[in-house]
Design a binder for this molecule. Sequence first.
Ligand code: IMP
Length: 201
Amino acid sequence: MDNKKIIFATKNKGKLKEIQAVLSDTFDVISMEDAGININVKEDGTTFEENAVKKASEIMKISGKLVLADDSGLEIDYLDKAPGVYSARYMGENTSYLIKNNKILDLLKNVPEEKRTARFVCVIAAAIPEPHNKILTVRGTIEGIIGYKMQGENGFGYDPIFYLPDKMCTTAQLSLKDKNEISHRGKALKLIKEELKKFLL
Ligand code: IMP
């Protein structure tokens, strides 16, 4: 097996760019499309770990190559950690984030700041083929609170309502570079890079 070649199980070009920015000095990361793989793995797990491991291992079995996959979402403590693993599907896959974010602001109306705690979570799984035949997982998180209104135009998804008290802004008000340095995905990518280096190089 080529120890430096990695397929990242995503069709999202934005995610691929973020991933390449962190890993490309050590690994050669290609998309599923570049690897000639076009399948949809159903994300039917109840944890981020289950979904990431399922995606990585199914695509590793098809390709015989080292595969990374991620699963991420927003946990809001006041809503019993919803939307969590269902973040992308919350209120329906095709519902706009303007509607989803307004709904969350409404559900947390009049809730005091100390009860508005939330975090973005990103789990990355690596499925390493024979002769290693091993699954590694890492978890990156960023803590914040749900703000009282939407702020910022950058980022995507729930960024406009995810407020960082330390920085006095939402993740939608950070540049991509600043967000990657502190984000759940940025942290998980740095962790998986170290794990892979220990394991393979
Ligand atoms: P995934 O692509 O299956 O991991 O879905 C993750 C979902 O979680 C996205 O569609 C967003 O709703 C949410 N999410 C994950 N990371 C972020 C982020 O950095 N900002 C805003 N929303 C996020």
